[in-house]
Write a protein that binds this ligand. Structure first.
Ligand SMILES: NC(=O)C1=CN([C@@H]2O[C@H](COP(=O)(O)OP(=O)(O)OC[C@H]3O[C@@H](n4cnc5c(N)ncnc54)[C@H](OP(=O)(O)O)[C@@H]3O)[C@@H](O)[C@H]2O)C=CC1
Ligand SMILES: Nc1nc(=O)c2c([nH]1)NC[C@@H]1CN(c3ccc(C(=O)N[C@@H](CCC(=O)O)C(=O)O)cc3)C=[N+]21
Length: 306
């Protein structure tokens, strides 16, 4: 097979953000509403800091009000719940994102279920999970990473995935399961694979659409990919890259890789997302789209579609 098409998530995300920015200006001019996004981060994990910083920067560029709560790692569950409840009550806040994972001593589920479902722009609250799994994609906030992945799939295959076999590797609540729901809603025939799956390469080779959300650097080699498949690599893994030399502290420099071995998979796939520059930027773009939608709802006007 010829080399696969490289699906440019960075460019697709930039188009969405341009749209969100224009629609935000229109909303604000018409109703005075400024979409507000609150991001809450607990602890000093450097990777989380980078994502949160980039979310805040993009929100501001869209014309949103961006609110950042940085809490120390030892923050109690009660304090965090109070922060969330206050944001629920704040009329200037339309979207609340609590960066995951949370420290061990905090009950993650409890925090997520405390977020007002109408401000749950991550789509992790049970109400939104239920809406998505009953097929009410119009009312649900759809989790950003699967929603962004779906838009990239649609760029290549169109809206209707009838007759396509989709395999999602990974069954987490934040990526794998909602991804499978979206593919099912688009009429694909969906298999969810995970660490207990027998003959994972064989299962994956049955996929016309292969979504990798595993968290293991470059685990899916060429052997997992069917000729002509569309491959979506959700994985974000930072690994050592000795070929890039050493950092100032003498440790090797690092690089980002996905869950798919890009070089090998690209020799078989029809289209494939790179890491970085694939699903990651789409996640942030969809967060902005969800926040705008929430603000439109609260202003009582119809939200634009993406
Ligand atoms: N691009 C983006 O915006 C985002 C990227 N990510 C990235 O996506 C990846 C997945 O994230 P997330 O869903 O949160 O991760 P989780 O760790 O929650 O889930 C990983 C899943 O992969 C499965 N798995 C692990 N090892 C294997 C294996 N050897 N064979 C088959 N299946 C395996 C696990 O199976 P089991 O359930 O049996 O344990 C589990 O279902 C990570 O790299 C993460 O960094 C995450 C969020 C956003
Ligand atoms: N409540 C919550 N919601 C999330 O959506 C959420 C979360 N918690 N916890 C962590 C994961 C991870 N995540 C990413 C978002 C953007 C990129 C991204 O933009 N990546 C760039 C590269 C960035 C870099 O260079 O480090 C890219 O792939 O091109 C990656 C990962 C959102 N997450």
């Amino acid at each position: 097979m010829a080399e696969a098409r490289r699906i440019d998530g960075k460019a697709a995300a930039a188009r969405i953000i341009e749209n969100v920015t224009a629609e935000t200006a229109a909303l604000t001019a018409k109703t005075g509403t400024v979409p507000g996004l609150a991001v809450v981060i607990v602890g000093e994990d450097p990777a989380s800091q980078v994502y949160v910083g980039s979310k805040a920067k993009t929100a501001t560029a869209c014309g949103f009000k961006s609110i950042k709560h940085e809490l120390p790692a030892e923050t109690s569950e009660a304090t965090l719940l109070k922060v969330v409840r206050d944001l629920n009550e704040d009329a200037e806040v339309h979207g609340i994102l609590v960066q995951l994972p949370l420290p061990e001593h905090v009950d993650e589920a409890k925090v997520i279920q405390t977020i007002d479902p109408d401000k749950d722009v991550d789509g992790f609250h049970l109400i939104n999970v239920g809406r998505l799994s009953t097929g009410d994609t119009a009312a649900a906030f759809v989790p950003c990473t699967p929603a962004g992945s779906m838009l990239l799939i649609r760029e290549v295959l169109g809206d209707d995935l009838s007759g396509k076999n989709a395999v999602v590797v990974g069954r987490s609540n934040i990526v794998g399961k909602p991804m499978a729901q979206l593919l099912l809603a688009a009429n694909a025939t969906v298999t969810i694979a995970h660490s207990r799956t027998k003959d994972l390469p064989g299962v994956c080779r049955g996929a016309d659409i292969l979504v990798a959300a595993v968290g293991r650097p470059e685990m899916l080699t060429g052997d997992y990919v069917k000729d002509g498949a569309v491959v979506i690599d959700v994985g974000i893994n930072r690994i050592e890259a000795p070929e890039k030399g050493l950092k100032e502290d003498g440790t090797p420099k690092t690089k980002l890789v996905g869950d798919v071995n890009y070089e090998e998979a690209a020799r078989k796939a029809a289209a494939i997302t790179p890491v970085p520059g694939g699903v990651g930027p789409m996640t942030i773009a969809m967060l902005m789209a969800n926040t705008l939608r929430s603000a439109c709802r609260s202003a009582g006007i119809e939200a634009p579609k993406f």
